[in-house]
Design a protein around this ligand. Structure first.
Ligand code: SF4
Ligand code: SF4
Length: 368
């Protein structure tokens, strides 16, 4: 497995690593981690909220006997842990959940404005709390931040000089973070990519429009992962593996990828832009919107609406399509429970118009 220097640190991270937000169950999580470690993957990114709160526990137990083979990173959201004391409680809670004695990295999530960056840096702020935990050996290597927001906030976080790494959403279809990635590279900040396969869209086996990404006996993830690796500013892409064979496919995708360069990236960008798989932002399936006060699952619905576009289904089949995605439940009833409160939209990192899509779904299901 190709390994790359992680920013200005002396650590080398595998070019593909584990994103711990989509584990289907604990057994599979253990199998995926063991297979990946055998193949040289050496970084995992988790958080308190992933997999209905199970991710840290499952991931921690999966790495326990091979702890020295992996760099382990967890995080807390700034809104939930905005002070030094609160972030310390979050770190202690995450360590307890994982059953580990220390993390290698810790990420501050939600530094989305210049003001939050300043608050994190202030006396008694989260950076102070993480540094104290680091001084006590609870975090071995360094601090980073996970980012969805405007470039000025990103640059402000990098300019603090406190950040060893940043985790940003980026892939062949969504390249908005390109300038931020370049800025981080100039300042010795390692970049971790979340959503490297656009929430699975760039791994869709059945979409012929993605054929130009196939290679090495592997599906479209082959080209999508090589695209990331060809950017020297990117250290690793965290893939949200759901099955062991996906690890093998991801590793096979980077075979012989050492010398890929900017011209390779440009070729793929031209091709994906010509395809116009989907216009504008789209659901990545992150699940952040899942907790609806009225028991709707907007994440599931928005993924169904995204796939409707991706597979080019005819508009007059939308009602059938939605029903096909809910074979064992009453989607009319579920969407009918939506009060359009908008809470889910405030949690969506892609800023999608979820309420508008739900309205559209309700209307088409009602035959309007
Ligand atoms: S708008 Fe409110 S009620 Fe409707 S799905 Fe979103 S959170 Fe649930
Ligand atoms: S609608 Fe937004 S928050 Fe919900 S799963 Fe999709 S991208 Fe994530």
């Amino acid at each position: 497995m190709l390994c790359k220097q992680f920013g200005s640190s002396d650590v080398k991270i595998s070019a593909i690593s584990f994103g711990a937000m989509r584990w289907p169950d604990e057994q599979t999580c253990h199998e995926i981690i063991n297979r990946g470690l055998d193949l040289g993957l050496n970084y995992v990114d988790t958080s308190t909220g992933y997999v209905q709160g199970e991710s840290e526990k499952w991931t921690g137990r999966a790495v326990k006997d091979r702890r020295d083979e992996i760099y382990f990173s967890s995080k807390s959201h700034f809104a939930k842990a905005p002070t030094a004391d609160a972030v310390r409680q979050a770190i202690d809670g995450s360590l307890k959940a994982t059953g580990l004695d220390y993390f290698d990295f810790y990420q501050l999530w939600g530094l989305g404005t210049v003001e939050t960056v300043e608050a994190a840096m202030a006396k008694g702020g989260t950076v102070e709390g993480v540094r104290k935990a680091q001084a006590e050996g609870l975090i071995r290597i360094g601090l980073g931040f996970t980012f969805h927001g405007p470039g000025e906030a990103f640059r402000a976080a990098v300019d603090t000089g406190e950040m060893l790494c940043a985790t940003v959403s980026y892939n062949l279809m969504n390249r908005k973070e390109e300038e931020n990635i370049a800025y981080a590279a100039e300042h010795g900040v390692g970049i971790v990519i979340m959503n490297p396969l656009a929430g699975g869209v760039l791994a869709l086996a059945g979409n012929e429009q993605l054929d130009f990404l196939r290679g090495g006996g592997v599906g479209p993830c082959y080209g999508a992962l090589r695209f990331l690796h060809a950017n020297p500013g990117i250290t690793t892409g965290i893939v949200g593996f759901r099955a062991v064979e996906e690890v093998d496919q991801a590793v096979a995708s980077l075979q012989g990828a050492e010398d890929l360069d900017e011209s390779f990236r440009r070729q793929l960008i031209e091709k994906i832009d010509a395809v116009k798989l989907i216009e504008g932002d789209f659901c990545t399936g992150c699940g952040y919107c899942k907790e609806c006060p009225n028991d709707v699952n907007p994440s599931k619905f928005m993924q169904a609406m995204r796939d409707f576009v991706l597979y080019g289904v005819n508009e007059d089949r939308l009602a059938d399509w939605i029903h096909s995605k809910y074979p064992h439940s009453d989607v009319v009833k579920e969407l009918g429970q939506c009060t359009e409160c908008g809470e889910c939209e405030t949690k969506c990192p892609q800023k999608l118009s979820i309420v508008e899509q739900i309205r559209r779904g309700k209307a088409v299901l009602a035959g309007k």
